[in-house]
Design a protein around this ligand. Structure first.
Ligand code: FES
Length: 641
């Protein structure tokens, strides 16, 4: 098979699907339904050759005539030449790196996120429970003599203790075997590598080098997202971020959301999923090392933040029971492991820590967000929202924290919508619809020709359709006095956001009535989750001092429109801020600061998890929120006006 653009070639057997071939050829493709043949996101164009297709999913007759097939349900019957369309590719996904998100209003004391938990001029805490995950010490040791004949290791430990105050130290056989010669040949002047912070196990002396060599050593902070993965390279000597890279998660070839990945893992695919995420991180390590001209073995500590399923899959832990009532993960708090054991191409003895979560659907990425916003140590009542396929929400202040996860469905990530897509190049990210709906203005990511609509564009679209009088409060199209953009299709009424040929677009980009209702259900789930939490603590939305939005979804969101459709609470827009990729920022903070782990312990201890499926409150709130903006208009006074 040969793939275009790019011309990559791969040999596959007749029983291997085209999607398998693309994985082999390292061509990432969107596979929202995990290869079930129902989402049609994996469509490719057969330019030459024959395939056998088991299903055509949602492909239109026109697309089938043009030669499009579903890569997940098609098998080769001859040599093939295949074109992969822009919207099916994963490689151009816009990854929210750790930088940016600068409009966060700050922590209670006015400091920036992460500031208050760092101490010392170099940002590293020294001694006691405040030690970082890795560091080097340059030591000059007293030589033994007839009056001081303590053994070599005992002498080394004594000196390290006197310098650092670390009580529990251990070492390994490799260090012991070379220790006598290294100490004597260096004239008792050595550099010691210490791995671990002593919180859960003794700090380990992992290397003793002759002379003072405390040169380069780095740490890696990783956000393991379901969709994308971001890695920051951090200089552990001064705590500075020296490089940052992001890419799509290679697991996307096995399904878009955590549920399809858990199912794939449960059916024997755990090894493949683990390999996919390890390969993804290793690629980022290679790129960062090349860019910064360092060796991957110079990376001596890794901190990962991801949702509970991603953390399980990364370490090959069975996630099966995360999706089965009563939704119990193998662990919320994964013990530290060595990089060599996990398959990462860093120093093999580098310690990997995953930030702990508090439940199957509130994982380490949310802990990272709570850490970085400082909300757990602030007098201000803060609402933290991270919306992906799941909406994860935390409400609280320095006294209490409550969290929940509501199933928003994939609509805000473009899933389940014919022209929905993630915030990739060409995605329509902002839409303005004039009254009556005849004129539509839009903006695409990267200014590229439109290929679909991403989450922020979809919110704008629903708000715009309602404002323009094209849909009613229930999301039904109002046909009377309709515009040419409103038309019948085989799937019912649809509105044309962008005509084919307009701004270089290749097809009409539409949103149907069913899709509008799907989006209303998604926004209702998120808002119902927020309402449930507020009701539990007996507070109105007005009591919230600040609302912090995290993740890729928040990057382009128009808060005003999100309030207008009833997705977010109707509080002054100034209370809203965007924190960017809080997951990688939290991981970075935990990488360089021992005190961060004390705060993390406190957060985990303080935060309660609210299971929304228990009781009827969530369902009642959900049903009430199935209107634009809500059944109770008093909850949205500014949207009304
Ligand atoms: S139809 Fe192929 S991945 Fe969904």
């Amino acid at each position: 098979m040969r793939f275009f653009p790019g011309g990559r070639q791969v040999v596959i057997g007749e029983y291997e699907s085209l999607i398998k071939a693309m994985t082999k050829a390292n061509i990432p493709i969107v596979a929202s339904c995990g290869g079930e043949g129902v989402c049609s996101r994996c469509k490719v164009l057969i330019k030459e050759g024959q395939v056998k297709s088991l299903s055509t999913g949602k492909l239109t007759g026109e697309e089938q005539e043009q030669g499009y097939v579903l890569a997940c349900r098609s098998f080769p019957e001859s040599h093939l030449v295949v074109e992969v369309s822009e919207e099916s590719k994963l490689g151009v996904h816009q990854v929210v790196l750790g930088e940016g998100g600068g409009n966060l209003k700050g922590r209670a004391d006015g400091s920036k996120p992460g500031d208050s938990i760092l101490s010392g001029s170099n940002g590293l805490c020294a001694g006691g429970s405040g030690v970082p995950l890795f560091r080097k010490l340059c030591l000059v040791m007293p030589e033994p003599d007839i009056n001081d004949s303590e053994d070599d290791l005992g002498r080394l430990v004594r000196v390290i203790r006197s310098v650092t105050g670390i009580k529990h130290l251990q070492t390994n056989l490799d260090v012991l075997r070379t220790l006598p010669q290294v100490l004597r040949q260096s004239g008792w002047k050595v550099t010691v590598s210490l791995t671990g912070d002593g919180r859960y196990q003794a700090v380990e002396i992992t290397e003793v080098e002759p002379g003072h060599t405390a040169g380069q050593y780095y740490g890696l902070a990783v956000d393991i997202g379901t969709t994308s993965v971001v890695a920051q390279l951090v200089d552990l000597e001064n705590g500075r971020v020296v490089g940052i890279k992001g890419t799509y998660n290679k697991q996307a070839a096995f399904g878009d959301d955590v549920i399809s990945r858990i199912i794939f893992a449960s059916e024997g695919g755990l090894g493949e999923l683990q390999k996919a995420i390890v390969d993804t991180i290793n690629e980022l390590i290679e790129e960062l090392a090349k860019e910064q001209k360092i060796k991957p073995v110079d990376i001596r500590a890794v901190v990962c933040a991801g949702n509970t399923t991603m953390s399980h899959l990364f370490l090959g832990i069975d996630p099966t029971f995360i999706r089965i009532e009563p939704y119990t993960p193998a662990t919320n708090s994964i013990p530290a492991v060595r990089a060599g054991h996990a398959g990462l191409n860093t120093h093999p003895l580098a310690l990997i820590r995953c930030l702990p979560g508090i439940g199957s659907y509130v994982g380490g990425d949310i802990t990272a967000g709570v850490l970085i916003t400082g909300m757990a140590f602030s007098g201000k009542l803060t609402l933290f929202i991270d919306i992906g396929t799941n909406g994860e929400i935390v409400l609280g202040n320095q006294e209490w924290l409550i969290s929940c996860a509501c199933s928003a469905g994939p609509a805000f990530e473009g899933g389940g919508l014919r022209h929905g897509m993630r915030a990739m190049r060409g995605a329509i990210e902002h839409i303005k619809i004039a009254s009556g709906g005849a004129d539509v203005e839009y903006k695409t990511v990267g200014g590229a020709p439109p290929v679909g609509i991403c989450g922020s564009g979809l919110i704008d679209c629903v708000a715009g359709l309602y404002r323009a009088g094209i849909i009613d409060r229930g999301g039904n199209f109002i046909t009377a006095g309709s515009t040419p953009r409103l038309r019948e299709s085989i799937e019912g009424m649809e509105f044309v956001v962008s005509w084919s040929g307009e701004s270089g677009g290749r097809v009409d980009i539409t949103i149907s009535e069913a899709e509008v209702k799907n989006l209303i259900r998604s926004k209702a789930a998120v808002y119902a989750g927020i309402r449930c939490m507020l009701q539990t603590v007996g507070l109105p939305a007005e009591a919230i001092d600040r609302i912090i939005i995290a993740g890729g979804f928040g990057q382009y969101i128009n808060v005003r429109d999100a309030v207008n459709i009833g997705l977010l609470p109707d509080v002054p827009v100034e209370k809203y801020s965007y924190v960017g990729n809080s997951s990688v920022k939290g991981a970075q903070t935990a990488l360089i600061s021992g005190r961060a782990w004390e705060e993390i312990d406190e957060i985990i201890h303080k935060m309660t998890y609210m299971e929304l499926s228990a009781g009827s409150t969530f369902m009642d709130e959900f049903v009430s929120a199935l209107f634009i903006p809500h059944t109770d208009l008093n909850l949205f006074p500014s949207a009304q006006s």
